[in-house]
Ligand binder design. Structure first.
Ligand SMILES: [Zn+2]
Length: 193
Protein backbone atom coordinates (compact mmCIF):
# COMPACT_ATOMS: atom_id res chain seq x y z
CA UNK A 1 0.00 0.00 0.00
CA UNK A 2 1.34 3.43 -0.84
CA UNK A 3 -0.15 6.86 -0.26
CA UNK A 4 -0.53 9.67 -2.77
CA UNK A 5 2.72 11.67 -3.00
CA UNK A 6 2.53 14.89 -1.04
CA UNK A 7 -0.93 14.04 0.27
CA UNK A 8 0.01 14.79 3.86
CA UNK A 9 1.71 17.94 5.02
CA UNK A 10 2.86 18.63 8.58
CA UNK A 11 3.65 22.25 9.22
CA UNK A 12 4.67 24.41 12.11
CA UNK A 13 6.30 27.78 12.69
CA UNK A 14 9.05 28.73 15.12
CA UNK A 15 10.09 32.23 16.18
CA UNK A 16 13.63 33.62 16.26
CA UNK A 17 14.30 31.82 19.57
CA UNK A 18 13.15 28.44 18.16
CA UNK A 19 9.93 28.54 20.17
CA UNK A 20 6.96 26.85 18.44
CA UNK A 21 4.35 29.52 17.65
CA UNK A 22 1.92 27.59 15.43
CA UNK A 23 1.14 24.00 14.47
CA UNK A 24 -0.90 22.51 11.64
CA UNK A 25 -3.80 20.15 12.43
CA UNK A 26 -2.16 17.32 10.45
CA UNK A 27 0.99 17.58 12.56
CA UNK A 28 -1.06 16.86 15.70
CA UNK A 29 -2.93 14.01 14.02
CA UNK A 30 0.38 12.48 12.92
CA UNK A 31 1.73 12.64 16.51
CA UNK A 32 -1.38 10.85 17.80
CA UNK A 33 -1.11 8.15 15.12
CA UNK A 34 2.51 7.53 16.10
CA UNK A 35 2.09 6.82 19.80
CA UNK A 36 2.88 10.37 20.88
CA UNK A 37 -0.50 11.60 22.21
CA UNK A 38 1.39 13.75 24.76
CA UNK A 39 2.16 16.12 21.87
CA UNK A 40 -0.95 18.30 21.93
CA UNK A 41 -1.29 21.88 20.71
CA UNK A 42 -1.27 23.09 24.33
CA UNK A 43 1.82 21.08 25.28
CA UNK A 44 3.92 22.16 22.28
CA UNK A 45 3.04 25.79 21.47
CA UNK A 46 5.15 28.18 23.52
CA UNK A 47 7.85 25.54 24.06
CA UNK A 48 11.29 25.40 22.53
CA UNK A 49 11.46 23.05 19.54
CA UNK A 50 14.61 21.36 20.88
CA UNK A 51 12.63 19.84 23.76
CA UNK A 52 11.10 17.50 21.16
CA UNK A 53 14.18 16.63 19.11
CA UNK A 54 16.08 13.48 20.09
CA UNK A 55 19.87 13.60 20.30
CA UNK A 56 22.45 16.35 20.57
CA UNK A 57 23.88 15.76 17.07
CA UNK A 58 20.39 16.09 15.55
CA UNK A 59 19.83 19.41 17.35
CA UNK A 60 23.25 20.57 16.21
CA UNK A 61 22.58 19.69 12.54
CA UNK A 62 19.15 21.35 12.44
CA UNK A 63 20.52 24.32 14.39
CA UNK A 64 23.11 24.88 11.66
CA UNK A 65 20.46 24.48 8.93
CA UNK A 66 18.13 26.95 10.67
CA UNK A 67 20.91 29.50 11.07
CA UNK A 68 21.78 29.13 7.38
CA UNK A 69 18.15 29.66 6.27
CA UNK A 70 17.75 32.68 8.57
CA UNK A 71 20.99 34.29 7.42
CA UNK A 72 20.58 33.60 3.71
CA UNK A 73 16.78 34.05 3.77
CA UNK A 74 16.22 31.16 1.39
CA UNK A 75 14.36 27.84 1.53
CA UNK A 76 16.23 24.64 2.19
CA UNK A 77 14.75 21.22 1.41
CA UNK A 78 16.07 18.11 3.13
CA UNK A 79 14.95 14.51 2.56
CA UNK A 80 14.44 12.48 5.73
CA UNK A 81 12.78 9.30 6.98
CA UNK A 82 10.08 9.16 9.62
CA UNK A 83 9.31 5.43 9.77
CA UNK A 84 6.95 3.75 12.17
CA UNK A 85 7.39 0.10 13.19
CA UNK A 86 5.12 -1.00 10.30
CA UNK A 87 5.69 1.73 7.67
CA UNK A 88 8.60 3.06 5.67
CA UNK A 89 8.01 6.79 5.31
CA UNK A 90 10.02 8.84 2.86
CA UNK A 91 9.58 12.50 3.70
CA UNK A 92 10.86 15.92 2.82
CA UNK A 93 11.43 18.86 5.13
CA UNK A 94 11.21 22.37 3.69
CA UNK A 95 12.57 25.15 5.91
CA UNK A 96 11.64 28.63 4.78
CA UNK A 97 12.46 31.99 6.31
CA UNK A 98 9.47 34.05 7.39
CA UNK A 99 8.96 37.38 9.17
CA UNK A 100 12.12 38.53 10.93
CA UNK A 101 13.95 35.43 12.24
CA UNK A 102 10.81 33.28 12.10
CA UNK A 103 10.98 29.94 10.23
CA UNK A 104 8.15 28.08 8.53
CA UNK A 105 8.82 24.35 8.56
CA UNK A 106 6.87 21.94 6.42
CA UNK A 107 7.24 18.16 6.44
CA UNK A 108 5.72 16.42 3.43
CA UNK A 109 5.08 12.70 3.17
CA UNK A 110 6.35 11.71 -0.28
CA UNK A 111 5.87 7.96 -0.09
CA UNK A 112 4.72 5.44 2.49
CA UNK A 113 5.10 1.69 2.25
CA UNK A 114 3.96 -1.12 4.53
CA UNK A 115 6.79 -3.15 6.10
CA UNK A 116 6.81 -6.24 8.34
CA UNK A 117 6.56 -4.74 11.87
CA UNK A 118 9.98 -3.83 13.25
CA UNK A 119 10.05 -3.75 17.05
CA UNK A 120 13.34 -1.87 17.08
CA UNK A 121 11.44 1.28 16.03
CA UNK A 122 8.57 0.81 18.48
CA UNK A 123 8.50 3.70 20.99
CA UNK A 124 6.63 1.58 23.51
CA UNK A 125 8.92 -1.46 23.92
CA UNK A 126 11.10 -1.93 27.01
CA UNK A 127 14.76 -1.39 26.33
CA UNK A 128 18.02 -2.16 28.08
CA UNK A 129 21.76 -2.77 27.49
CA UNK A 130 24.12 -0.67 25.38
CA UNK A 131 22.51 1.94 23.12
CA UNK A 132 22.46 1.53 19.37
CA UNK A 133 23.24 4.60 17.25
CA UNK A 134 20.54 5.51 14.73
CA UNK A 135 20.68 8.41 12.27
CA UNK A 136 17.76 10.73 12.97
CA UNK A 137 17.69 11.87 9.33
CA UNK A 138 17.93 8.62 7.29
CA UNK A 139 17.08 6.16 10.12
CA UNK A 140 19.99 3.90 9.30
CA UNK A 141 21.59 2.13 12.24
CA UNK A 142 25.32 2.05 13.00
CA UNK A 143 26.85 -1.40 13.31
CA UNK A 144 30.44 -2.50 13.90
CA UNK A 145 31.28 1.06 14.93
CA UNK A 146 31.52 2.41 11.38
CA UNK A 147 28.87 1.07 8.99
CA UNK A 148 25.36 2.52 8.68
CA UNK A 149 22.72 0.06 7.43
CA UNK A 150 18.92 -0.09 7.15
CA UNK A 151 17.26 -0.96 10.47
CA UNK A 152 16.11 -4.40 9.20
CA UNK A 153 19.66 -5.31 8.23
CA UNK A 154 20.98 -4.14 11.60
CA UNK A 155 18.47 -6.35 13.44
CA UNK A 156 19.59 -9.32 11.38
CA UNK A 157 23.34 -8.70 11.50
CA UNK A 158 23.34 -7.95 15.24
CA UNK A 159 20.98 -10.90 15.85
CA UNK A 160 18.65 -8.70 17.89
CA UNK A 161 15.90 -11.34 17.56
CA UNK A 162 17.84 -13.33 20.15
CA UNK A 163 17.53 -10.58 22.78
CA UNK A 164 14.55 -10.48 25.12
CA UNK A 165 14.88 -6.69 25.38
CA UNK A 166 15.97 -4.33 22.63
CA UNK A 167 18.77 -1.77 23.00
CA UNK A 168 17.81 1.89 23.48
CA UNK A 169 18.25 4.07 20.40
CA UNK A 170 20.85 6.83 20.49
CA UNK A 171 19.80 9.46 17.92
CA UNK A 172 22.77 10.83 15.97
CA UNK A 173 23.51 11.98 12.42
CA UNK A 174 25.46 9.73 10.04
CA UNK A 175 28.34 11.04 7.93
CA UNK A 176 26.30 10.80 4.69
CA UNK A 177 23.56 13.02 6.10
CA UNK A 178 26.10 15.57 7.34
CA UNK A 179 27.57 15.64 3.80
CA UNK A 180 24.05 15.94 2.34
CA UNK A 181 23.18 18.88 4.60
CA UNK A 182 26.45 20.55 3.75
CA UNK A 183 25.74 20.06 0.02
CA UNK A 184 22.43 21.88 0.51
CA UNK A 185 24.34 24.91 1.67
CA UNK A 186 24.34 24.35 5.42
CA UNK A 187 27.78 24.61 6.97
CA UNK A 188 27.16 21.44 8.95
CA UNK A 189 29.38 20.09 11.74
CA UNK A 190 32.28 17.92 10.52
CA UNK A 191 30.73 14.67 11.73
CA UNK A 192 27.85 13.78 13.96
CA UNK A 193 28.91 10.14 14.26
ZN1 LIG B 1 21.80 9.47 7.90
Amino acid sequence: MTTEPGSRVFDYTIDGDDVVVSLGEDWLRFARENDAPELSRESVIGHCLWEYVAGEATCELYGVIFRCVRDERHTLVLPFRCDSPDRFRFMQLAIESGEGRELRIRGRLLREQVRPPLKLLDRLVTRSSDPLAICSVCLRVQILGTTWVEAEEAVERLDLFAFSELPPLDYRVCGDCVVLARGLGADAPASGA
